[in-house]
Design a binder for this molecule. Structure first.
Ligand code: ATP
Length: 371
């Protein structure tokens, strides 16, 4: 009966005060790969770890898998403290960038493997393997060897092999990095649909911001082993905690401003010789005549004859659905995006323009120390 649902166990995951120090052997200081992080993943959620190379994403994932033991802190899956439980006793499954399929086994055998080694009765192995093959639309490939499949198909087999064991947690280590851009987008959406349909609690590692935004309930931005912000994609993008988050998730122009007035949750701020009105947030304490940084995204700027900012175009990049301009505004240079180039044409380098800033979108941060 291939229509019967695949069983899932939706459980919470909790990483508490998790620390991983790698000792160095050359006498230099120990390396804090993961530095006391706290992270809750609610049952059925997909949480993504995002950050630059070396920030500790994979080490965090590997600790949850059990491949790496934490220096201190604890890991709970549901009510179980699994901090020192070996990987094969945690009931978690991992999908790797390299697929890690057995080359000499067919698609069917690859998927069935995890059930066989756990001594699941033969009839049940066949039944459950077919269910997953159907769920992942792999029927026509079931007798092929991995080498006879495309990268995308191999990754579908890898995901099938992970979910057939009905794990409590699914772990993804940059699973789409080996695929070309179009297929990556397609697989990303497929993977998210399956994960939501089965409701499996998932932790996903990537360094692709778009991928993180597209699939996650919660995005965790890491840098130097620490969590910079853990929030839903909208809050990460529109209400960044600091300059690192703002600059890592998309492009940001940081403009140095001076607070003129604060009233009714609005701040009047001087930037580039003009005043703007911006919503106050809880990320920064504002004091009159004090400095503040305004986060303006490229899409917050518009070419407009009525705009109050005068600038000069210093660089033009045509990108089909929009044009990216670098614009000198006084002493500052910003990047902006124009999605209406089909209406008013493409500007040239050296052209003088007027810009309107969507002030309601601007968010505020404490000034960066180097100012
Ligand atoms: P990437 O995106 O490049 O995979 P990452 O964020 O996943 O990076 P990690 O693999 O978690 O980073 O590594 C974090 C840091 O810990 C790196 O600087 C790495 O060199 C270091 N590290 C990882 N494993 C070990 C190890 N076994 N011994 C010593 N240092 C290690």
């Amino acid at each position: 009966n291939v229509s019967a649902p695949i069983k899932t166990h939706s459980v919470d995951v909790k990483l508490s005060n998790l620390l991983k120090i790698f000792p160095t052997h050359d006498g230099s200081e120990d390396f804090y790969a993961v530095n006391e992080i706290e992270l809750d993943i609610k049952a059925g959620e997909l949480v993504t770890l995002l950050g630059p190379s070396g920030c500790g994403k994979t080490t965090t994932l590997r600790m949850l898998a059990g491949f790496e033991l934490p220096t201190s802190g604890s890991i709970h899956i549901g009510a179980d403290n699994v901090t020192n439980v070996p990987p094969n006793k945690r009931n978690v499954a991992m999908v790797f960038q390299s697929y890690a399929l057995f080359p000499h086994l067919s698609v069917f055998e690859n998927i069935a493997y995890g059930l066989k080694i756990n001594n699941v009765p033969k009839g049940e192995v066949i039944d459950r393997t077919f269910k997953v093959i159907s769920l992942m639309h792999l029927e026509e490939f079931k007798d092929r060897l991995p080498s006879q499949l495309s990268g995308g198909q191999q990754q579908r087999v890898a995901l099938a092999r992970a979910i057939v064991t009905e794990p409590r947690v699914l772990l993804f280590d940059e699973p789409l990095s080996n695929l070309d851009a179009k297929l990556r987008e397609y697989m990303r959406d497929e993977l998210r649909k399956i994960q939501q349909r089965l409701g499996i609690t998932s932790l996903y590692v990537t360094h692709d911001q778009t991928e993180a935004m597209a699939i996650s309930d919660k995005v965790v931005i890491m840098n130097h082993g620490k969590i910079q912000q853990a929030d839903n994609p909208i809050d990460i993008y529109t209400r960044p905690n600091n300059h690192f988050v703002a600059g890592f998730m998309g492009k940001a122009n940081f403009l140095h401003g001076v607070v003129k007035d604060v009233k009714d949750k609005k701040a009047i701020i001087n930037i580039l010789g003009q005043t703007i009105s911006v919503s106050v947030n809880d990320k920064v304490k504002l004091s009159e005549n004090g400095p503040v940084d305004c986060v303006t995204r490229p899409e917050f700027w518009e070419l407009s004859e009525e705009g109050k900012f005068n600038g000069e175009i210093t660089r033009v990049i045509y990108l089909g659905n929009h044009v990216e301009y670098e614009v000198a505004l006084g002493d500052e240079t910003i990047t902006m995006m124009d999605f209406e180039h089909y209406k008013h044409g493409i500007k040239q380098e050296g052209e003088r323009i007027k810009l309107h800033l969507k002030e309601e979108c601007v968010s505020l941060l404490p000034p960066r120390k180097e100012y």
